[in-house]
Write a protein that binds this ligand. Structure first.
Ligand code: ZN
Length: 398
């Protein structure tokens, strides 16, 4: 996962807000009366020009800090989509330990309570709790009592929230980026492609091993992925920092509509905290005579990116999730030849060789790492150079 560095972020934000605000305002004017969900209606009444701009151009993390309506919505979307992770985890525990062990029963209950407590005070969820509970017991204890109740509750919230999202998508919808509003002023069909063009990113930030660039006539090699899927996070389906330019395999084969939390490449990348590690078996592999096929992406233990320990743990988990979700171990095994080439170059292009080349070329400014390795070893250029992160790791971190 490569961190995206936009050279002209403010310019792109201005352009994007200018293009899309009118579309949303037009939809509000024409379709507000079709909205039946009170919750969706409340959100839409908040959407004045400033709020629309924030919604379109702020990262979700900043948006939910600034606007309580966005935060409340975001919490419900997380609540209904992230439970599958806990569910998966509990299922694994069941398989290992069995259902009935009394200690486990208490532990499972604690896990469920913890999950529910994370969203305490959210009005949408609280209203649903009161509809769910039986009159003689407190709602939380009934919901957390067993997995069946918890699942039933989550799906009832999910069902109600789907109605909110259906309504919101009448006003805010990714497909509108392709729609001709009939204003005649601009070619609306090109907003999506024009956005990719303006981002100017050449290589998929998720895998760093496929080209995704724009090549004219509104066509580009990749997709725009919703890092928070539009099925559950409809409100953010047109938010530019929720739209990640990615290659088609990463988007369509691996990520699809997964709600697994991963890094948002607009904010974070692997950087030095995850790297491609080669397991050499002997010196023949080390110097590139025999192929190295045993390789894996590793995450630094005790990651120390921020002073906040909990934040580091989340980053570490999100890196791990990204490695698994995009199947990076398997994908990079398919590049064993290129990885091997980097290894050979590391061995054979020593300082003596580089001095000979220098004396032949004469101009030292032309003797760059890129000349020898095909990449710049510069984190800022990872987004433009194929497999640059992996080659950097192979040459400097193995
Ligand atoms: Zn990719």
């Amino acid at each position: 996962m490569i961190k995206i560095k936009l050279k002209n972020a403010a310019e792109i934000e201005d352009w994007y807000a200018e293009q899309v605000t009118d579309i949303i305002k037009d939809k509000i004017a024409n379709y507000s009366s079709d909205i039946t969900s009170i919750y969706a209606h409340k959100i839409i009444t908040q959407l004045d020009d400033h709020a629309i701009r924030d919604l379109l151009t702020m990262p979700i993390s900043g948006l939910i800090e600034k606007h309580t309506w966005a935060k409340a919505y975001y919490e419900v979307a997380c609540f209904v989509s992230e439970f599958s992770d806990l569910h998966e985890y509990l299922k694994e525990l069941y398989q290992i330990r069995g259902y009935a062990h009394h200690k486990c029963v208490a532990e499972y209950q604690r896990e469920r309570e913890e999950y529910l407590n994370k969203y305490k005070g959210n009005n949408f969820i609280d209203v649903m709790k009161n509809q769910f509970h039986s009159p003689c017991s407190a709602p939380d204890s009934v919901i957390c009592q067993n997995n069946k109740n918890m699942e039933e509750f989550i799906s009832s919230v999910s069902e109600e929230f789907d109605k909110v999202n259906d309504d919101l998508s009448k006003i805010i919808n990714y497909d509108f980026l392709d729609e001709d509003t009939g204003s005649g002023k601009k070619d609306k069909s090109s907003i999506r492609a024009e956005y990719v063009k303006r981002l100017g990113i050449r290589v998929c930030p998720y895998c760093n091993q496929q080209y995704i660039y724009y090549f004219g006539d509104s066509r580009y090699l990749g997709d725009l992925d919703h890092i928070r899927p539009k099925s559950k996070f409809a409100l953010f389906s047109m938010s530019m920092y929720n739209l990640v330019p990615a290659c088609k395999p990463c988007n369509q084969l691996f990520k699809r509509s997964s709600t697994k939390q991963i890094l948002n490449p607009y904010e974070e990348g692997f950087s030095n905290d995850a790297y491609l590690h080669l397991n050499y078996k002997n010196v023949r592999e080390l110097v590139g005579i025999d192929p190295v096929t045993d390789m894996e992406w590793r995450v630094n233990k005790g990651l120390n990116r921020y002073p906040d320990k909990q934040k580091n743990e989340v980053i570490s988990q999100n890196i791990d999730n990204a490695i698994k979700l995009f199947e990076l171990d398997e994908v990079y095994k398919g590049h064993a030849d290129e990885i091997q080439l980097a290894l050979k170059r590391r061995f054979y292009y020593d300082w003596k060789y580089r001095n000979i080349v220098k004396s032949l070329v004469g101009t030292s400014s032309l003797i760059t790492p890129k000349l020898f390795y095909g990449v710049s070893f510069d984190e800022e250029k990872y987004q433009d150079e194929l497999m640059s992160k992996a080659i950097d790791d192979v040459v400097w971190r193995n």
